[in-house]
Write a protein that binds this ligand. Structure first.
Ligand code: SAH
Ligand code: SF4
Length: 384
């Protein structure tokens, strides 16, 4: 099978090109055609020598994602469902805001962590995505949006990427890092390190490696201020308890592009949303709890996420007043706290609603899409 050039970061592409007898400069030109211009047809890469274009056509391709459906929400959120083979699908979500455009990217088909409140977790783990499959989500979304929105040359649609789609990115580390490098490269998407966020449920050794290999903004899914409660929500806490996780956060802050960690906290009715737990959370991040006493205050922001329910979870979203009371305790303690606005609700594009199964090729896929409010691509609305 032809090599998919989306699988390479610039270094990888340069090495591959040098094996073809081509100079690094050529690799850079090729990389720019692919990522900056969204070109997948080698014949149209007009400043590459004809001989190279012919050579590339014989051995390589730019294989974008296989689109199953696209849906545009009333609030402008766009969700794409991509077929990744073997009956699996993954989703990417574009969230437009007045000052920026954010793409939420998936890293795995399913997830092995199995958090109680997450529909991807309930689905189990299918497989890791390759670098090309991660990058392809941005490649596709950026160029599709530029075209749809008729953006002038040089204006990008996406300036913020969050690895908050399906999967645990730090359990797919080898594929993640080259994908991040392409997101950051000035010859590709040129995103700022502060605007590429890896979200993790707490894979401690990989937090340390990310700090060394490719420091970007870090979000940690906390969800509870003590080990007993966190274990019941995020099974990975048994392997990497809070003390170890927070120590890794402190180490990360030494070289992070931002001077804070974002802690995510999914608000679950009657489970983790009392004001007592909010006070316990304050003590934890201020270095006054058993799990954090030797670590000192951790520079952080809190992002409270109202739970997006799905039937198999048996859980409910915390009432608005309780989320506000919880936020107030944190704010009174001087912790910057935001309550995430739920976007794309009407198309099941909100956090933790990304199910992404494609059962078979005989119509179940369409039934699933219809049930979940997705519409087939042929009938998809346009981005406005
Ligand atoms: N695996 C990574 C990134 C993907 S999940 C992680 O866990 O951080 C992205 C975010 O969505 C996480 O903070 C996760 O806790 C949250 N989330 C998962 N299911 C959710 C749900 N049903 N409602 C609200 N947030 C959810
Ligand atoms: Fe996996 Fe994140 Fe969902 Fe937990 S919340 S199951 S780590 S995707």
């Amino acid at each position: 099978m032809a090599v998919n050039l989306l699988d390479f970061d610039l270094e990888g592409l340069a090495a591959w090109c040098s094996a073809l007898g081509e100079k690094r400069f050529r690799a850079m030109q090729l990389y720019r055609w692919i990522h900056q211009k969204g070109e997948s047809d080698f014949r149209r890469m007009s400043d590459l020598a004809q001989s190279l274009r012919d050579k590339l056509a014989g051995v390589a391709e730019v294989r974008g994602p296989s689109l199953l459906s696209e849906h545009v929400s009333a609030d402008g959120t766009v969700k794409w469902l991509f077929d990744v083979g073997g009956g699996n699908a993954v989703e990417s979500v574009f969230i437009p805001e007045t000052d920026r455009g954010t793409l939420c990217v998936s890293s795995q088909a399913g997830c092995a962590v199995g958090c109680r409140f997450c529909s991807t977790g309930h689905q189990g783990f299918s497989r890791n995505l390759g670098t090309g499959e991660i990058v392809a989500q941005l490649w596709f979304a950026e160029h599709r949006l530029r075209q749809r929105l008729a953006l002038p040359a040089g204006v990008r649609a996406i300036d913020n990427v969050v690895m908050m789609g399906m999967g645990e990115p730090l359990q797919n580390y080898a594929a993640l890092v080259p994908a991040l490098r392409t997101m950051l490269s000035d010859h590709a998407y040129g995103l700022s390190r502060r605007r590429v966020t890896v979200s993790t449920s707490g894979v401690v050794p990989m937090i340390d490696r990310l700090r060394e290999d490719c420091p970007v903004a870090l979000a940690v899914s906390l969800h509870a201020p003590n080990d007993a409660l966190r274990e019941s929500l995020v099974p990975l806490n048994r392997k990497y308890p809070l003390h170890e996780l927070l120590a890794a956060c402190q180490r990360y802050l030494d070289s992070a592009p931002r001077d804070f960690i974002t802690f995510e906290y999914c608000m679950l009715d009657g489970v983790n949303d009392t004001t007592e737990l909010a006070h316990e959370l304050v003590r934890l991040v201020q270095g006054q709890a058993a799990a954090s006493r030797d670590l000192g205050r951790i520079s952080c922001k809190l992002n409270l996420i109202p739970f997006n329910p799905f039937p198999a979870s048996g859980l409910q979203r915390s009432p608005r007043e309780r989320v506000q009371a919880f936020a107030q305790v944190l704010q009174d303690a001087g912790i910057v706290t935001t309550i995430r606005k739920t976007r794309g609700d009407d198309i099941d594009a909100a956090c933790g609603q990304l199910a992404g199964e494609v059962q078979d090729r005989t119509g179940a896929r369409d039934r699933l899409a219809a049930r979940r409010g997705l519409i087939p691509i042929a009938a998809a609305g346009s981005v406005s």
